[in-house]
Every structure is written in structure tokens, then in C-alpha cells.
Design a protein around this ligand. Structure first.
Ligand code: GDP
Length: 216
């Protein structure tokens, strides 16, 4: 059966309200993890954010949570190779994966990171969904497809979030969306709805909050 991909429809008002409340509540940095044995206990559901370096991941996490510095930890030197855990209320973790595709990173660093990423993505029972951030100006690149292939193999559902959607002209955003749908059709772990966001303008944030609140 052919899967039809689409831009996520507006969430139900009640779910939007639940999402709004969830993200207005407590959200705190818990720890940065460099090895599997450092993971916090898997006693609650978690969602994670992944994307190329510079895709706008920190900006999105800060905008989502309404906290200017929450994700700064992930971008400070020494923290960039860590899996950063945040508590969201008392029943969820938000997980910030290190940005990938950073050309300057030494091979040994990249390999260590890939091992940890693979182990985390395929071995974390409570991981419900990966939000895969992709630049709304360009659509997916080959390094994004490598992560999608990894998620396919791990059978972890991923949902694409296009970032910086305030930047491209409407016609270019449409092209990026079409390119994203083409790409997702090749990936069985892809969630059928994508989200369009702009941390700068605040677009799509309520939808993303509602989406996260709706994951149980
Ligand atoms: P990260 O490396 O993925 O954490 O990316 P950052 O959040 O640090 O953002 C990378 C760059 O993109 C910064 O210069 C941001 O100001 C810019 N940026 C992030 N989100 C947006 C957005 O929604 N719109 C625009 N126009 N720029 C953005």
C-alpha cells in the first residue's frame, strides 16, 4: 500500500491546550550522557530531537519550551557529543541528540558518536519518536537519509520537522516539502505527517507541542 505523506493538520483544540500546559510546566536539564551506561532509568516515555549541526535544533528546543538558554548546553564545546536529557513535567524526557554531519569533526569523534547514537536509538525501549529536524530551505540531504536508514533498521518512528520555514520563498518551501515527501516514501519508519516550523516567527510550535503531548 502506498503511504500518503502530508503536512500535519491542525491539532484538536483540547490537545493544543494540553501541549501548551505541558510546555509551560517544569522543564529542566537533567544530564549529558556520553555512554550507554550513563542513560537515566527508562522509567518514562521520551522523544528525541535529531538533526544536522546548524539545522536550528537549539533554537527550536528553546522556542518550544519558552526558555532562552535551555539547549545552550548542547552547543557549548565539550557538550556537543553528549546526548542531553531534559525532564518535561514528571512523565517525559526530551532528548537532544548531538548535531551530525559536522564536516570538521575528526573521524574518531564521528565514529564514537555514531556508535553511541546507534546503541541509543536501537536500545531504548521508552523512546517513542524521533523528531528529525531538516532545514526547510533545502529539504533532506544525504546525511539525513543515513539517519533515516538507521532509524528504519532500528524500527524507531521518526517525524520530520522542517526548520527555518520563515526563510525560503513559498515556492521554494513547496519544493523542499515535495522533496521531503519523496525521500520519506523510501523510509518505512517515517511518520506520515511532517511539521513546518519557524523558531524565529513561532510558527508550528503549538502544533509540535500538541504532537508531543499526544504521544503516550
Ligand atoms: P543547531 O546547531 O541545530 O542547534 O542550530 P541553532 O539553533 O544554533 O541555529 C543555527 C542558526 O540558524 C543560528 O544562526 C540561528 O539563529 C538560525 N536559526 C535557527 N532557527 C531559525 C529560524 O526559525 N529562522 C531563521 N531565520 N533562522 C533560524
Amino acid at each position: 500500500m502506498e503511504i500518503r505523506f502530508q503536512i500535519a493538520p491542525a491539532p484538536e483544540p483540547a490537545l493544543s491546550e494540553t501541549g501548551r500546559k505541558l510546555f509551560r510546566g517544569p522543564c529542566d536539564f537533567l544530564k549529558g550522557v556520553v555512554a550507554m551506561d550513563g542513560l537515566p532509568p527508562d522509567d518514562r516515555l521520551e522523544v528525541c530531537f535529531a538533526g544536522r549541526s546548524n539545522v536550528g535544533k537549539s533554537s527550536l528546543i528553546n522556542a518550544l519550551t519558552g526558555r532562552n538558554n535551555l539547549a545552550r548546553a548542547s552547543n557549548t564545546p565539550g557538550r556537543t557529543q553528549e546526548i542531553n536529557f531534559f525532564t518535561l513535567g514528571d512523565s517525559r524526557y526530551l532528548v537532544d541528540l548531538p548535531g551530525y554531519g559536522f564536516a570538521e569533526a575528526p573521524v574518531a569523534v564521528v565514529e564514537k558518536w555514531q556508535r553511541l547514537l546507534r546503541a541509543y536509538l536501537s536500545g531504548r525501549a521508552t523512546l517513542r519518536r524521533v523528531f528529525l529536524l531538516i532545514d526547510g530551505r533545502h529539504g533532506p540531504k544525504s546525511v539525513d537519509e543515513e539517519i533515516m536508514a538507521l532509524l528504519d533498521r532500528a524500527a524507531v518512528t521518526f517525524q520530520v520537522v522542517l526548520t527555518k520555514c520563515d526563510k525560503p520563498k513559498a515556492v521554494d518551501l513547496e519544493k523542499a516539502v515535495a522533496k521531503t515527501f519523496d525521500c520519506l516514501a523510501r523510509h518505512p519508519a517515517a511518520y506520515p505527517e511532517i511539521l513546518l516550523t519557524s523558531s524565529a516567527k513561532g510558527d508550528g510550535l503549538a502544533e509540535l507541542r500538541a504532537t508531543i503531548a499526544g504521544i503516550v
